[in-house]
Each structure stands twice: as structure tokens, then as C-alpha cells.
Design a protein around this ligand. Structure first.
Ligand code: MGP
Length: 269
């Protein structure tokens, strides 16, 4: 099924798996650790934030999502060397959140008010319903263009056959940044001293890179990711890229790589 752009204002229905847990005793053991941190994951948790059970594992805690949203500004090219992802003089641009999940990052990007358009893509209907509901709790639902479907298919269409996409998401790739917080293949990632990004499941680094390039893209990766694999992502002819460890209470939660757009895709003056 091709990616479906939801009409403005339209919401997928919440279902019984779009849950809001109130008490620890009702929470499955595998997600109790995250339930304890619920207020730092979503500060508005008590305002009926909803998650599917599997969304708990991948949701970005709000302080980190907000910091990333602060650190990332359009446009995003390799022309500015080390400050490439903070061009404060620029305006507008599109942010595509490839794996919207329960909405943590999407909401933070919308709250930052830096982007002309934010496109949030999620393949699982229940998880997308949670993200839309949570965005409404934060008052940013209307600012987001919601897409139900496969983000790899969406990006391929955007680059190769944009005429087949709904007009509201037929955006200028030269002014688009992709944010990808993919599944890491379960919590087992933490068992590896150095995490091999080519073994990440279900999508490895090469697949993610192929889908996102030549647009600038931001990859939210395990904190122990192999930095040599990340360093190889600097586009040909580029000089630097930034890789940031985002921490809470002194411990890293994730490594985020800011990969500039490829040169031929730079916006001409
Ligand atoms: P964690 O590694 O499960 O726990 O998740 P933590 O808090 O490091 O505790 P520890 O005691 O086990 O060390 C840490 C953070 O990583 C989460 O808050 C998510 O932001 C992120 N995260 C975890 N997983 C398994 C995923 C994932 O599969 N995908 C994405 N995108 N993020 C994940």
C-alpha cells in the first residue's frame, strides 16, 4: 500500500492498544523501567499521553528531543563546516520524521517553530494514532502533516516520482532534512561494547543512508555505535560532520549523527 497522506485535521482512531498506564501494577514488566521515567519521557504524561507497548522502547525522552530540535535548523548543508546544522539566519524548510513512533521527536520539532513543514511518517496505524493524539495534547497536531505508510517508499517517491505523491508533501528536496530514529533491533543493543550499525535490524546503516541521501539527514543511533562507521558518512568532498552524545543525568542515551546534504544538492544562491 503506498504511503497515505492524511487530510488536514484527520486522525486515525485510538484503539485498545493505544494505552495510558496509571499504575505500575498494570504495566508489563518489560516496560516498567520506562514507566518509572514517564514524566521525563513526556512531561505532559498525565494529560492522557498514549503509547503502544512497543513504542515505549524507542521513544526519545522529551529533554533530548527538545535539545535535538534546538540543535537542528534548516537548511542543512555541508557548506558551513562545524556549525552546519545551526544556520540561524535561514528560514523555512521541511523536516521529515521517518519513524515518528509515538511522536516524541515530531512534537519537539513542531514546538521549535523552525520548520515550514513537518512530515511525520509511521507505518503502524496504532502507533500513528498515539502520535497524533499526543501531538494534540501538546497543541501541535495541526502543524504536522501525517503520513501513514512506509517511509522508505515515501522517500523513494519524493526523490524519483514526486508527481505520484499528494501535492501537500511534494516538497523541495534541496530544503528538506530527514530525521531518522529507527528501531535498533531491541534492547539487546546494549550488550555490545561497540554496536555494529550494519547489523542493526530491521534497517542497517547502509539502507538508512541510501534512503535519506542526498538530503541532509540526522540519525538517532545507539550510544555505543561504531564511530568509524559513522565517520564514513561524511559526504564526498565534505570536511566535517557533527556527532553528539545526548545525555540525561550524566549518562548518554543516544549518539546522534548530523550528516550534511551532498554538495550537488546545495541550494543555489
Ligand atoms: P535504554 O537503553 O533501553 O535504557 O533506552 P537506558 O535508559 O539507557 O537505561 P539502561 O539502564 O538500560 O542503561 C535509552 C534510550 O534509547 C531510550 O530512551 C530511547 O530514547 C532510546 N532507544 C532505546 N531503544 C531500544 C531504541 C530503539 O530501538 N530505537 C530508537 N530510535 N531509540 C531507542
Amino acid at each position: 500500500m503506498p504511503p497515505r497522506v492524511l487530510p488536514p485535521g484527520s486522525k486515525l482512531p485510538l484503539t485498545p492498544v493505544c494505552k495510558h498506564y496509571d499504575t505500575l501494577t498494570s504495566v508489563p514488566p518489560s516496560i516498567q523501567k520506562y514507566f518509572h521515567q514517564r514524566k521525563s519521557i513526556f512531561s505532559f504524561y498525565d494529560w492522557d499521553i498514549r503509547l503502544t507497548d512497543s513504542a515505549w522502547f524507542g521513544v526519545t525522552p522529551e529533554p533530548i528531543a527538545n535539545q535535538i530540535a534546538k540543535d537542528l535548523s534548516p537548511p542543512f548543508t555541508s557548506t558551513h563546516s562545524s556549525s552546519s546544522f545551526q544556520d540561524k539566519d535561514s528560514e523555512g524548510g521541511t523536516l521529515i520524521d521517518m519513524f515518528a513512533g509515538a511522536g516524541g521527536n515530531t512534537i519537539a520539532f513542531a514546538l521549535s517553530e523552525k520548520w515550514t513543514r513537518i512530515i511525520a511518517i509511521e507505518r503502524d496505524a496504532d502507533t500513528l494514532a498515539c502520535a497524533q493524539h499526543n501531538a494534540e495534547v501538546y497543541g501541535v497536531f495541526e502543524q504536522i502533516t501525517w503520513v501513514h505508510g512506509d517511509s522508505f517508499e515515501f522517500l523513494a517517491m519524493l526523490k524519483e516520482t514526486p508527481e505520484l505523491l499528494d501535492e501537500q508533501v511534494r516538497v523541495d528536496v534541496d530544503r528538506t532534512v530527514v530525521f531518522a530514529s529507527p528501531p535498533w533491533g531491541g534492547v539487546g543493543y546494549a550488550e555490545h561494547e561497540v554496536f555494529d550499525l550494519e547489523r542493526m535490524e530491521p534497517y542497517n546503516l547502509t539502507e538508512l543512508r541510501r534512503a535519506c541521501r542526498p538530503m541532509g539527514h540526522v540519525l538517532f543511533l545507539p550510544r555505543t555505535s561504531d564511530i568509524r562507521q559513522v565517520a564514513d558518512l561524511v559526504p564526498d568532498g565534505g570536511d566535517k560532520m557533527q556527532v553528539v552524545q545526548y545525555c540525561m543525568r550524566g549518562a548518554s542515551k543516544a549518539m546522534v549523527a548530523y550528516i550534511p546534504a551532498e554538495k550537488e544538492q546545495r541550494l543555489l544562491p
